[in-house]
Design a protein around this ligand. Structure first.
Ligand code: A2P
Length: 315
């Protein structure tokens, strides 16, 4: 498995397992299976509601000798309701307790969106706190503290635009090591990737397969696995279209975290990291960019609230 070396001299595997939408009752098996296949990077988040079951899988995997804690890279994320200074550590400690870990390899600020404690669907204007009320710098100070205390070996952000990432890099004492964003051939994020590369920030690509299993999908969403360019390349290299999407992400030096709970697809996705695409194939995929977001952020843009799609994505 390809890895990237961080400033800490630690390494992160280029392909990890996504756990968003991995349901309770099936995620335990998926994690155990993934570790047996060889996955050494698992991407979690408190809001996915499954960290307790993932923690049981980690604990058993360590006990059975499938893997050691040091061999595993575990990411988790701070939810929007916990951005205030006093809420960051309790949220992190809950995640650590649920995952049955002493430290995370990476802790991310999940969204540049602050919400009141206990805010739940359906969101209204009152669910939100503006970034003037709870600045990212307030949250980040606690993220830095978590890093200093050894609770998170690296800290980073998710869903940050170039502008928001730049503002944070300018003010941070400890720079974000990662920005996790939606990225795939229809949303290549080239400007953001270029900026991240220049600043030594690793870009992690979420929803690399289009997250077809999420609720509230729009009608007539594009299907990347049926895209004719992707299908043609899959035939050329003797792989599945899903593998081509993942290989593309690894070949352009991003981290990628496909979700699966199916043993065959887990294996298939893991093996995709070894597929090399040639320059012609990479440039054919480069032509597919449409700036199409599957996760467009509309759930944050409620009437009368502080967030809009324009001020979320800065575009
Ligand atoms: P499953 O968990 O049953 O394998 P994303 O990573 O973009 O969020 O996409 C996850 C979705 O893609 C899930 O519905 C997952 O289903 C499906 N999926 C994962 N791997 C593959 C694959 N290799 N081929 C087809 N579908 C896949």
């Amino acid at each position: 498995m390809k890895t990237y070396t961080l400033k800490s001299n630690l390494t992160v595997p280029a392909l990890g397992l996504g756990t968003w939408k991995a349901e309770k009752g099936e995620v335990y098996k998926a994690i155990r299976e993934a570790i047996k296949i060889g996955y050494r990077h698992i991407d979690c988040a408190a809001i996915y509601g499954n960290e307790e079951e993932i923690g049981q899988a980690f604990s058993e995997a360590f006990k059975e000798g499938d893997v050691t804690r040091e061999e595993l890279w575990v990411t988790s994320k701070l939810w929007n309701t916990n951005h205030k200074k006093e809420n960051v550590f309790p949220a992190l400690k809950k995640t650590l307790a649920d995952l049955q870990l002493d430290y995370l390899d990476l802790y991310l600020v999940h969204w540049p969106i602050a919400m009141v404690p206990n805010a739940a669907f359906p969101f209204t204007a009152e669910s939100f706190l503006s970034l003037e009320e709870v600045p990212v710098t307030e949250t980040w100070g606690q993220m830095e503290e978590a890093n200093k205390q050894g609770l998170a070996n690296h800290i980073g952000v998710s869903n940050f635009s170039v502008k928001k990432l730049k503002d944070l890099l300018d003010s941070a004492e400890i720079k974000p090591a990662f920005n996790q964003v939606e990225s795939h051939p229809l949303l290549q994020q080239n400007d953001l990737l270029e900026f991240c590369n220049a600043e030594g920030v690793i870009l992690t690509a979420y929803s690399p397969l289009g997250s077809k299993d999420r609720v509230n999908k729009k009608e007539n969403e594009p299907d990347m696995m049926n895209n004719e360019v992707v299908v043609k390349i899959a035939e050329e290299v003797g792989a599945t279209p899903a593998q081509v999407l993942l290989a593309w992400a690894v070949n352009r030096n991003t981290v990628v975290i496909p979700k699966s709970v199916n043993p065959e697809r887990l294996k298939q996705n893991f093996e995709a990291a070894e597929i090399e695409l040639n320059a012609t194939q990479m440039s054919a995929i480069a032509q597919l960019d449409q700036h199409h977001r599957f996760i467009d952020g509309t759930f944050w843009a409620v009437e009368g609230g502080p967030y809009t799609l324009a001020n979320l994505w800065d575009e």
